[in-house]
Design a protein around this ligand. Structure first.
Ligand SMILES: Nc1ncnc2c1ncn2[C@@H]1O[C@H](COP(=O)(O)OP(=O)(O)OP(=O)(O)O)[C@@H](O)[C@H]1O
Length: 713
């Protein structure tokens, strides 16, 4: 009946693997699906089948997802597909795990006449960040950078999702030395003020269910049939909650694609999916391996690429779709060319087909800005899915704007307080405090240091130079504004000294700012201009209706599809983006690379017709290597053989001219393992990927082996 309905009313012919899933009735089941396999269609059809064929009450079926957007989307699709067939379709429950936990806590608060307030959510977002900022300042006596704030937030989520003990939190692999102190203070403050963040919804609900039999029984009666979508994203605490509310019959159907696990950094754990069969010894396992979305060339290339991961279920990914277009790699000369040519390619696509959909995807939100700038200039409409403008509040952008403002307002102490140690002049904290206590409010602060304090000769020279550089800044235009701040005012020097941001990532931000600042006539215009761009982006974001072009981070593009996908900035250190913690283990590096590879796979499989991956040879005028993922993809392309020969020749030639390069992405040769790619580099070792195997080799040893091999050639 359901199959007939889908075929007749919606022209959807389910394949035999999908039909098997739809017919699954009771007991635990794991559905291993591939990208574009119609997971949502399957869950909706199985729900309809339970109601129509198995006579299950619609309100007894509960489907949980991980994001609000997916829950809303599924509810909408279920109603669109089956509302005319199932009069009580609205009674089927679709929600997020968080909202399920919220109901548990709400119930508890009613019964115990206690209350709690959320410090996250649409209107509350800043509350949590404000609290973390204050706690950081309390422990470090310093202001927190946006990067550190994000990292602390992530670590808190990670610890909670893994139900970590105090001892485990103390041992967490992080550069933030006082993290466990910050964590304790945060927890104490929330407990005292009855506040909860989103992750607390999970941990508190878990504890309630674990320690209170009545709650456990009450909520396990909530549904007879449970379905869990995006199972690959489940975290340990979420999985514990689900297991606690399952009744003895364990009617749960979990659907996911382990190749699309992209939230491990936040707490999801692929091992839960991989261990499903061990947990439920009598479970069934289904596969849906046909991709209905992508052209066969995209499937062939992306499948070969993801097979480089070792920790995954083997799946026979296939499609019956035609070839469509071969995935393409484009190496541009510099970041500017990448933006211009990408927009040009997109415009041509739209000329060919004004209804086609285009996704521009990137690993870091900052990559979106030059494209946005270019699209705005050409008045091409677009949509931005996530917070691309967050970079405008990045501390580097704030510093640059403050330096400009300070040049115009040299008496303003608030401005100088934030930047005095980030610019030339060697101003010490005590000197600044001393002069701020004695000078009158309208006095030029740096001049006051010169006239009122007893300072060394070298500093007199530096301060005089700084005063004239700040004056000179007011005369600069366009790119020269930024160059002057970086070089003459000393901001570049500070970036190099500062360990909290990698040079590559500051280079990336600077390169983006260079592109945005080009047409600025005088420094003071810069702040307004950034506000204008932000306003435009928000306008486009709010605009309803269809837009051909969508800009999105790869993370936010999960679950979506476009006719044409452009993945930009596929550059070393941008993707894969690896954390460079001091004590990081080899296993951790490999796990991170595998997660990044999954992320790239998600990006590629968003495309129906063609995926174009681009990189630029230079960023901020500095040579830039392409991501080694592109080497892995090149091996899958039709022209791979001849291309590999070229690469090999290129490296052979290069090696005869200079020492072998052990930089990430370099192709190297080992006497036993053959050709490999350097995928990670530390001061004393490198990790080299030879085919599907990864080897950790000490730098000293690697140097010897690789040179020996080359000499023999
Ligand atoms: N049996 C089918 N025949 C034809 N098209 C189908 C079938 N099942 C699903 N589709 C279509 O395939 C596309 C992918 O489906 P869907 O977005 O549900 O996949 P998914 O498994 O959620 O993908 P991903 O995990 O990559 O986001 C959709 O356009 C959907 O309508």
């Amino acid at each position: 009946m359901v199959l007939n309905w889908l075929e007749k009313q919606h022209n959807i012919n389910l394949n035999y693997q999908q039909i098997e899933v739809i017919n699954h009735f009771s007991g635990p089941a794991l559905v291993l699906a591939v990208a574009g396999a119609g997971k949502t269609t399957c869950i909706c059809a199985r729900t309809a089948n339970l109601v129509i064929e198995k006579k299950v009450e619609p309100s007894r079926i509960g489907t949980l997802t991980f994001s609000k957007a997916s829950a809303v989307d599924m509810e909408y699709r279920f109603s669109k597909l089956f509302a005319p067939l199932i009069p009580e379709a609205k009674k089927v429950h679709f929600s997020t795990i968080h909202s399920f936990c919220y109901q548990i806590l709400k119930q508890h608060s009613i019964q115990t006449q206690s209350s709690f307030h959320l410090i996250e959510g649409r209107s509350q977002l800043n509350h949590k960040n404000t609290l973390l900022r204050k706690i950081y300042h309390y422990h470090y006596h310093d202001f927190i950078s946006e990067d550190t704030l994000e990292e602390i937030d992530r670590l808190i989520g990670y610890a909670k999702n893994h139900l970590m003990t105090k001892e485990e939190i103390e041992k967490l692999d992080t550069n933030i030395e006082k993290f466990s102190l910050i964590y304790d203070t945060y927890e104490q403050y929330k407990a005292k003020n009855h506040l909860l963040d989103f992750n607390d919804l999970l941990t508190k609900a878990y504890l309630l269910l674990l320690n209170n039999r009545k709650y456990r029984e009450f909520f396990s009666r909530r549904f007879d049939f449970w379905q869990l979508d995006e199972f690959q994203d489940v975290s340990p605490v979420q999985w514990e909650i689900i297991k606690l509310v399952l009744k003895n019959d364990k009617n749960i159907l979990c659907v996911g694609d382990d190749d699309q696990t992209i939230y491990s950094f936040r707490g999801s754990s692929p091992s839960i999916m991989l261990g499903f069969g061990e947990h439920f010894s009598k479970s069934k396992k289904y596969y849906i391996e046909e991709n209905f979305r992508c052209g066969s060339e995209i499937i062939r290339v992306s499948k070969g690429f993801i097979q480089n991961n070792n920790h995954r279920y083997h799946k026979n990914i296939f499609t019956r779709n035609e070839k469509r277009e071969v995935p393409e790699i484009v190496v541009y000369r510099n970041e500017k060319e990448q933006v211009e040519k990408t927009i040009h390619l997109i415009s041509n696509r739209l000329k060919e087909n004004k209804n086609c959909s285009i996704g521009i995807l990137y690993r870091k939100n900052v990559s979106a800005l030059p494209i946005i700038h270019g699209l705005l200039a050409l008045e091409i409409p677009f949509r931005v899915r996530d917070q691309a403008t967050k970079v405008f509040r990045h501390w580097m952008v704030k510093d640059i704007l403050d330096i400009i403002d300070y040049a115009y307002h040299p008496h303003q102490e608030d401005l100088l307080k934030g930047i005095y140690y980030r610019i030339y002049g060697y101003i010490k904290k005590e000197q600044l405090e001393q002069v701020l206590n004695t000078r009158s409010p309208n006095q030029h602060i740096i001049k006051s240091i010169l006239t009122e304090l007893d300072i060394e000769e070298y500093q007199v020279l530096k301060l005089n130079k700084l005063i004239s550089s700040l004056e000179e800044l007011k005369t600069k235009k366009g790119r020269n504004i930024l160059t002057h701040i970086l070089q003459s005012i000393g901001y570049e020097e500070f970036l190099k000294r500062n360990g909290s941001i990698s040079i590559t990532s500051s280079d990336h931000i600077i390169s983006v700012l260079y592109q945005l600042i080009e047409k600025i006539e005088e420094p003071l215009e810069w702040r307004n201009y950034l506000n204008e761009i932000e306003g435009e982006i928000n306008k486009f974001k709010a605009a309803k209706g269809h837009q051909n072009i969508t800009l999105s981070s790869i993370h936010s593009a999960k679950g979506l599809e476009y006719d044409y996908v452009y993945i930009i900035d596929v550059t070393e250190n941008i993707i894969p983006s690896l954390k460079a913690e001091a004590q990081i283990s080899e296993k951790n590096i490999i796990d991170q690379i595998e997660e990044e590879r999954r992320l790239f796979y998600v990006a590629m499989t968003r495309a129906r017709n063609k995926v174009t991956m681009s990189t630029s040879s230079k960023i901020s005028n500095k040579e830039q290597k392409e991501s080694f993922f592109l080497d892995e993809i090149k091996c899958q392309l039709p022209y791979a053989k001849s291309l590999l020969k070229t690469i090999k020749k290129h490296y052979d030639d290069a090696m005869t001219e200079r020492e072998i390069s052990l930089d990430i992405g370099s192709v190297v040769f080992h006497h036993k393992f053959g050709e490999g790619v350097v995928i990670h580099k530390k001061s004393d070792f490198v990790v080299v990927k030879f085919g599907r195997e990864e080897k950790k080799i000490s730098i000293e040893y690697a140097g010897k082996v690789l040179r020996k091999e080359k000499r023999e050639r």
